[in-house]
Design a protein around this ligand. Structure first.
Ligand code: GYE
Length: 341
């Protein structure tokens, strides 16, 4: 189905390109054979429209790279990729364009959970299956085929459990512990899950005091700005929870700029989510205490799902990625050599 419109578009494009030299027949130009074979080849390709959130973090860039290197022509896909620059309205526009182009499948990495009902209903009415990836959507389950991503609540709980153990190891389990949180984009699953997961552990520790939580929008610049404000307001912060690595990098800069120290031998403990390579470097440098992994390599999983669907198979509705955590007690230099992002 998608191929018809897409091929019309491609044909028009090629005709325009060829039309510049009036009267040219196919085969006249050095390119037309290649164009012709591209056209033929694209007939067998699965046409996929991918709406990506943006490029706000190392994690996001690794995710985009993973999708682009998985949904290739060699693997049987024709990828139409759209970067929404962190705006839901751009994502909605992109999905509508994919529907107009009659793509075979839509992959949506939604910025926030709400606000998708209308456009996903339109995709459903057009008979185009939607695979949701990374963050989740808060809509009727029938409006998408499946979701693949991380268990963000579990990540938050793991971080809380790690902190409890670490404080015990330091003999500080009964001390008052003053925390702040740099939250992700408000309403994004990664923000909601990590905040809620950590809150479950927080509730169990009366001596942990959450001073303030504010959003740094998953970016380094905003993370630095918000942490700078926290440091002006509170001069005795023990722990900062950063809901992604890039905000943690910003927080470390803000802590240093305020003349304070952080990491395993500093005044402020820094806990982060994602575990991208730069977070390993920051742990090795002694700036970050622990990074709770979130796997951005969704491309191969999405490819597998689309292959199964296009050969008529069915897939599990909810598919979680495997994850762990890393801290400075581990052999980080050697682990870093094995990391893919
Ligand atoms: O943690 C962050 C990115 O949704 C899991 O989005 C993703 C988050 C990730 O900007 O770095």
């Amino acid at each position: 189905m998608g191929r018809r419109i897409l091929l019309c578009g491609l044909t028009l494009f090629f005709l325009c390109a060829a039309g510049c030299s009036a009267g040219k027949k196919a085969g006249d130009s050095g390119n037309s054979d290649r164009e012709q074979s591209e056209l033929e080849a694209s007939e067998n390709l699965i046409v996929v429209g991918v709406s990506q959130i943006g490029a706000e973090s190392d994690w996001r860039n690794a995710c985009t790279k993973s999708i682009k290197t998985s949904l290739t022509r060699e693997n049987g896909f024709y990828l139409i990729f759209d970067d929404a620059q962190q705006k839901q309205e751009n994502q909605i526009k992109a999905v509508r364009n994919f529907i107009l182009q009659e793509v075979d499948y839509i992959v949506l990495c939604p910025i926030v959970e709400t606000g998708w009902d209308a456009v996903l209903q339109e995709a459903r009415d057009a008979g185009i299956p939607v695979v949701v990836a990374d963050r989740q959507v808060d809509v009727d389950e029938d409006l998408y085929t499946c979701w693949v991503g991380a268990d963000f609540r579990k990540e938050g709980e793991t971080a809380g459990g790690w902190l409890a153990e670490e404080l015990e190891r330091q003999g500080r389990e009964d001390e008052e512990i003053r925390l702040v949180t740099l939250q992700g984009t408000v309403g994004a699953s990664a923000q909601i899950g990590r905040t809620e997961g950590f809150a479950r552990v927080l509730k169990e520790h009366e001596n942990w005091k959450m001073l303030e939580m504010a959003s740094g929008d998953f970016t380094q610049a905003k993370g630095e700005e918000v942490m700078g404000e926290f440091l002006k307001k509170y001069d005795d912060i023990d722990v900062v929870i950063c809901e992604n690595d890039n905000m943690a990098f910003g927080a470390v800069d803000a802590i240093k700029a305020a003349g304070k120290t952080c990491g395993p031998s500093g005044e402020i403990m820094v806990l982060s989510f994602d575990a991208v390579s730069a977070a390993f470097e920051a742990m090795i440098d002694g700036d970050i205490n622990a990074a709770f992994e979130c796997n951005p390599l969704l491309g191969p999983k999405i490819r597998e799902i689309l292959d199964i669907l296009s050969s008529g198979g069915t897939v599990d509705k909810i598919q979680y990625m495997e994850e762990t955590y890393f801290d400075t007690s581990m052999d980080l230099e050697n682990i870093l050599k094995t990391r893919m992002y």
